[in-house]
Design a protein around this ligand. Sequence first.
Ligand SMILES: [Zn+2]
Length: 128
Amino acid sequence: MNTKVDRQAARTVPQMVTAGLNRCTDARAVVGELRPTTHLGQAIRCERMAALAEREARWWTVLERWTYLSQWEVPTVYGRAAIVAANTARDRARLYSDLATDWRKRAAGQPVCDVIGCGCGGTCGVAA
Ligand SMILES: [Zn+2]
């Protein structure tokens, strides 16, 4: 085992994750400022938000693995927190993905209801 390299990893993985999460936050702010005026534009905006949320989830997973696999006696509660954060980001990614699907259907002139990601084709009775 190369102790010098391991100590470097102990410092760099959390820094790398922090930098990655910061880039996601910055990119989300840019996408969040977009105000699409078409259904297709809304779909594209939602797809970009979904991709950013998925990327954020992957960064949290990197931190989770580092926490549990590390040899630096990191309290496991940090790993649990990273799991919750990753799952929350994945939930947000799914929501944006469902929204994007609905916006694309609207852009194609297909009926949708007001339930995000329902997939009923406008037949479930919830007005759009
Ligand atoms: Zn529906």
